[in-house]
Each structure stands twice: as structure tokens, then as C-alpha cells.
Design a protein around this ligand. Structure first.
Ligand code: PLP
Length: 469
């Protein structure tokens, strides 16, 4: 991974942009930075978000663009009013921005979807023949193929052997598509998409990359890498929930049945039959998510404006700090597929000997205000391979992460490994929960959602303070 000195990192930004000490502080401004959350031991603490791989916080630049659009809210692709023209223009601007972010080739099409899952399910309706995929995939890049009798290649002990196994499968029996993740959502390990594209093409297959975890961390240039299809989600790329994209070659998408049947996807409807539009309209029936698309595009634009070397240096420094910190705690085991491979995004899954993973995650949140994810991460086959208990805890980093986040996690885990939690926890249907749980949700939510956890005492602890910016 590229590393930069502090002075290189500072000078790496475009004119006027200063980049701080590598790994030390966030690389961008986020909505909700400085959030304080209640802890069971009393009072509040700065929230440590180590759950970027699930959903990342929204960039300030994205929120500003959305705020600019909302007063102009109106119909899209219909309506003669000025605000309608703005919304239509904004939606198509978003498409262009997404294409440029992905390095789409000439003639590639951008279908705006709800998320990566939606994008890959759409592609599954269009793939013109058998599909090959790995067993280590997130369910979004596994189940759409499994329901169509996809062929599974088991990941091997090394990345090199895994690539050879993929090539052997493609050489042995023709396939139309190789579907691979760009980066694992469990181990953070990256796959060499350009090399896999060459292999797929050599054997007459196309390649689809699940970019959900890759694109928030690495620049991708589809045309240069030979990637035929790329799927990703806005909510992992520092935009709010609701929009994702499938970018890729037009012919399969134009030949596929419309993903949704309805208004906007047609040229002409007669009761006897319909002339369907080509892509992307063909697959975007109904009123589209203009705000989501604009948010996703604004995120693409902002992330692309950050120097790739500064982003890699920031994340690389934090990942090393995290890995070193975890390595020093007795009983903490990290999950890796290919321990010899260095190319990883800032995602680390681990277990703590003697402590069930849901309890570890609850402890980190309840006593230390640290947000992580635990479970099987929608990658059941991979967790079954890598973790004896079949579950793990995942800490994941992003542009808003800082050294102090990593240090707080390491200190909290060292305390757990050393003397156990300070609070009591009970097994409940959803996993472990603090007992009692004096934390409360914000007032406006409490009535609808109930307490933070089902075993809350309802002792009336003050709700979280509002974000401080
Ligand atoms: N692919 C990978 C590698 C993921 O990590 C995820 C989500 O965690 C997905 C696909 C699915 O993304 P979404 O839930 O936005 O559809």
C-alpha cells in the first residue's frame, strides 16, 4: 500500500485543500462528527464509529448538496415547471457523475438502483448465461447467482491459488460472467480485479465487481481495469441511505426484461403489447429517488476529489495501528483468508477468547460508546470457514476515522480481556443486552421504538446530546 510522509500528505491535496497528519484526524468533514452517546456507567462519551463497512456517515458536502436541492423539489422526467426541469437535470447530472466516478467506458450505462443488492439482482436478470462466483462473497453477490444455479469456486489457502482455481473453472466449462467482490466485507482483503478481468475475458466471460466495500476506499477505473459491471451503494460511500448503482455494458441490460414494469420504462403502451425503452430507463420504472441519486453523485464527486494517495495513507496508517493494537491483546484473534496478502481496506473482523461476539459488541457500545458490528455479516459461508463459533466482531474504518478511535477500541478490548466487563449483561432474543440499560433513545423516538435494549430499566437517563458538528 502507498504510504506518505506527513509533509507529502499535506501537499497532496488540490489547491486550497490541506490534508492533516496521516491517520491522525478525519480526512473530510462529516455530519454528526462529535456525536456524544450515553454509556451505562453514566454520562456521555464521544461516539467512536467503527462501523463504516455497514453504513458510513454522510459527508458535509453531500448534506449541503441535498439541502440545495430540497427547495427545488418537484417532479422528475415530467412536468414543465422550472423546478421539474431542475430535478430532471439533477437526476441526469447524478448519472453522469456516477459514470465518471466509476471510470465507465464509452457506451456503458448507469442504472440507478436502491443499493448494491438491488444492482446485482438486476444484473442477475440480465446475465446471458452461466455465472461463476466465489464462496466468500457477501450474500448480495452470492444469492442472486445461487438462485440461478451459479457455479461456486471455493477460495483457496492463498490468493494465487484462488485465482488459479477461478481460471480453471472458467477454462473447464464456459461461463458468461464471473462475479467477484472487490474487497471482502469480513477480512477487508482486496481481490485483483484487473487481473481477474483479463482471466475472465481470456475465457470468454465478462466480469462483475461487487464494489460495495471497494469504492469507498480505492479508486476504480472500469475502462482501464476491464471491468464490465460494477455495483455499489451510496450509504457505504458517505451518502445517506437509498441509492446505489449498476454501471456496465449496455447490450445485456437492453436485452433483459424490464426489472420493474411501469411508467417511465416504456416508449409506447398498447393494450396488446408494449414497446419498452432501452437502458437505463428500461430498468428504472416509477418515480426515481432523485434526492438519493444526487446524494450518491455528490459523494462520488467529493471522494474522487480527495487524493487517492492521501486516502490510502490515512487508512493504511489507521489499519496498521488497529492491527498492531489487536495483536497485542491476548485472546484476540483476527480473521484472515490470505494472511500473506497485504492489500486490505480498513476492515478487521476478530473474536475474543472466552467472550461471545454479541456480548463483546454490546460491551463496547454500552460501556465505551464504540459502535462495531457483530454476527455473520451477511457472509454465512465465509464466517463458517473462518470462525469456530461462526460469528465475529467487525471494526471498520473510513475517511472520518482517527487514531483515537482505534486506541479507544484497543483499550476497551484490553480491559475486557483483562478483567471482563464492568456491567452485567443478559442473554436475550436479540443477543446480549446490558442489564439494566439506563440509556435512553432521543425523546422523539422513545415512544415509538421503546428503550435502547429490551432489558432497559427505564430509569430516565438523559437522551444523547445533539451532534456538536
Ligand atoms: N457487497 C458487500 C461486499 C457488502 O459489504 C454489502 C453490504 O454490507 C453488500 C454487498 C450489500 O450492500 P447493500 O446492503 O447496500 O445492498
Amino acid at each position: 500500500m502507498t504510504t506518505l510522509t506527513v509533509s507529502q500528505a499535506r501537499s497532496a491535496g488540490p489547491a486550497g485543500q490541506q490534508f492533516p497528519a496521516v491517520g491522525g484526524v478525519p480526512l473530510a468533514e462529516f455530519v454528526g462528527a462529535g456525536l456524544r452517546v450515553p454509556v451505562v456507567l453514566g454520562g456521555t462519551t464521544r461516539y467512536v464509529n467503527l462501523d463504516y463497512a455497514a453504513s458510513a456517515p454522510a459527508l458535509r458536502a453531500v448534506a449541503d448538496r441535498v439541502a440545495e436541492l430540497l427547495p427545488l423539489y418537484s417532479s422528475v422526467h415530467r412536468g414543465a415547471g422550472y423546478a421539474s426541469a431542475v430535478c430532471t437535470g439533477a437526476y441526469e447530472w447524478a448519472r453522469d457523475e456516477i459514470a465518471s466516478f466509476a471510470g465507465a467506458g464509452d457506451g456503458d450505462v448507469v442504472v440507478i438502483t436502491r443499493n448494491t443488492t438491488d444492482a446485482l439482482n438486476l444484473l442477475a436478470t440480465a446475465a446471458a448465461g452461466p455465472v461463476v462466483h466465489l464462496d466468500i462473497e457477501h450474500h448480495a453477490n452470492l444469492l442472486p447467482w445461487q438462485v440461478r444455479q451459479g457455479r461456486v469456486v471455493m477460495a483457496r489457502a492463498t490468493l494465487g491459488e484462488t485465482i488459479d482455481a477461478i481460471e480453471a473453472e472458467l477454462a473447464g466449462r464456459p461461463a458468461a460472467l464471473l462475479a467477484v467482490t472487490g474487497a471482502s466485507n469480513v477480512t477487508g482483503e482486496c481481490l485483483p480485479v484487473a487481473e481477474l478481468a483479463r482471466i475472465a475475458h481470456r475465457h470468454g466471460a465478462r466480469i462483475a465487481v461487487d464494489g460495495a466495500q471497494l469504492v469507498p476506499h480505492r479508486r476504480i477505473d472500469m475502462a482501464a481495469a476491464g471491468v464490465d459491471y460494477l455495483a455499489f451503494s451510496g450509504h457505504k460511500l458517505y451518502a445517506p441511505f437509498g441509492a446505489g448503482a449498476l454501471v456496465g455494458r449496455r447490450d445485456w441490460l437492453d436485452a433483459a426484461p424490464p426489472y420493474l414494469a411501469g411508467g417511465g420504462a416504456v416508449h409506447q403502451v398498447r393494450l396488446a403489447g408494449t414497446d419498452w425503452a432501452g437502458s437505463p430507463a428500461r430498468h428504472e420504472a416509477g418515480t426515481p429517488n432523485v434526492v438519493g441519486a444526487v446524494a450518491l453523485a455528490a459523494a462520488c464527486r467529493h471522494v474522487a476529489s480527495l487524493p487517492a494517495r492521501a486516502v490510502a495513507a490515512h487508512e493504511g496508517a489507521l489499519l496498521r495501528r488497529l492491527s498492531d493494537g489487536l495483536d497485542q491483546i491476548g485472546g484476540v484473534r483476527t480473521l484472515r483468508l490470505w494472511p500473506d496478502e497485504a492489500d486490505r481496506i480498513g476492515v478487521v473482523s476478530f473474536t475474543v477468547d472466552g467472550w461471545p461476539t454479541p456480548l463483546v459488541a454490546q460491551y463496547l457500545s454500552a460501556e465505551h460508546g464504540i459502535g462495531v458490528r457483530d454476527g455473520r455479516f451477511c457472509a454465512h459461508p465465509l464466517l463458517a470457514r473462518l470462525s469456530p463459533a461462526g460469528t465475529a466482531v467487525r471494526a471498520s474504518l473510513g475517511l472520518g476515522s482517527r487514531a483515537d478511535d482505534v486506541d479507544r477500541l484497543a483499550a476497551a478490548l484490553a480491559a475486557l480481556a483483562g478483567h471482563g466487563p464492568a456491567w452485567t449483561y443478559a442473554g436475550a432474543e436479540q443477543g446480549y443486552v446490558p442489564l439494566p440499560d439506563p440509556r435512553a433513545l432521543p425523546d422523539w423516538l422513545t415512544a415509538a421504538a421503546g428503550p435502547v435494549s429490551p432489558c432497559a430499566s427505564g430509569s430516565g437517563q438523559a437522551p444523547p446530546s445533539p451532534p456538536t458538528g
